[in-house]
Design a protein around this ligand. Structure first.
Ligand SMILES: Cc1cc2nc3c(=O)[nH]c(=O)nc-3n(C[C@H](O)[C@H](O)[C@H](O)COP(=O)(O)O)c2cc1C
Length: 206
């Protein structure tokens, strides 16, 4: 079905339902994600809706050597900030491995406007829209992608390390990579939307 400027709604629906979280363990560490493709993801992120046109998303792209540096910083902050009874060695190991399995890791930052006219929740919502744009673009390109939100990303130390300012937040890390050879793209599982909606109003034909 072709509508408006030639957009194909069915194709868009197919993409939205095809999008999946693909974790670093299922990514091919030997395959580079081309900077041009990453830029396409980020350009599409930049077209997210934003109240007051604050455009609060801030990204840092970690590729190549920078992934190991990111992994080291995450491990250090995890070690320093996790209470002894909650500390898990397996989690710390994974933190060291995941960035190296992905072609690129993109930190998801939210910049808080001076004066705070737009409520913080709306800035967070705008950043989430930007991430969804990236994720859909990644899925359309055949890239695996995954939004990870370990608590350490919210620490002041990590936020500062990213170069974000006081009041800004890091909402997570977006892992991007080509799926491993033989990877089977997962199926989405959702409960029926009817369980989450209420219809109101009568439709009258004009
Ligand atoms: C804001 C946000 C944070 C997330 N953080 C994590 C996370 O820390 N760990 C994780 O395993 N998945 C995380 N996810 C991914 C979800 O687990 C995933 O979206 C969910 O399982 C549904 O799978 P799908 O994305 O393939 O539809 C996050 C997703 C969102 C939207």
């Amino acid at each position: 079905m072709m509508l408006n400027d030639g957009f194909d709604v069915q194709e868009m629906t197919r993409l939205i339902r095809h999008r999946r979280s693909v974790k670093p363990v299922d990514m091919d560490p030997g395959r580079v994600v081309e900077p041009g493709l990453l830029m396409e993801l980020l350009e599409n992120a930049n077209h997210a809706p934003t109240h007051g046109l604050t455009e609060p998303w801030r990204f840092t792209i970690f590729q190549g050597d920078a992934r190991a540096e990111l992994a080291g910083v995450m491990q250090r902050i995890y070690r320093e900030t996790t209470p002894v009874n909650e500390f898990r060695e397996d989690k710390m190991l994974k933190m060291g491995q995941n960035p190296l399995l992905a072609g690129a890791v993109i930190s998801i930052g939210m910049a808080r406007q001076a004066g705070g006219k737009i409520p913080e929740i709306e800035e967070i919502e705008a950043v989430a829209c930007a991430v969804q744009n990236m994720h859909l673009t990644a899925s359309a390109a055949g890239l695996g992608a995954y939004w990870s939100s370990p608590p350490l990303v919210e620490t002041r130390e990590f936020v500062e390390w990213l170069g974000l300012r006081t009041g800004d937040r890091c909402l997570g890390l977006f892992y991007v990579g080509w799926p491993k050879p033989g990877f089977v793209w997962p199926k989405g599982l959702r409960k029926p939307v009817e369980e989450k909606l209420i219809w109101r109003g009568e439709l009258r034909s004009s």
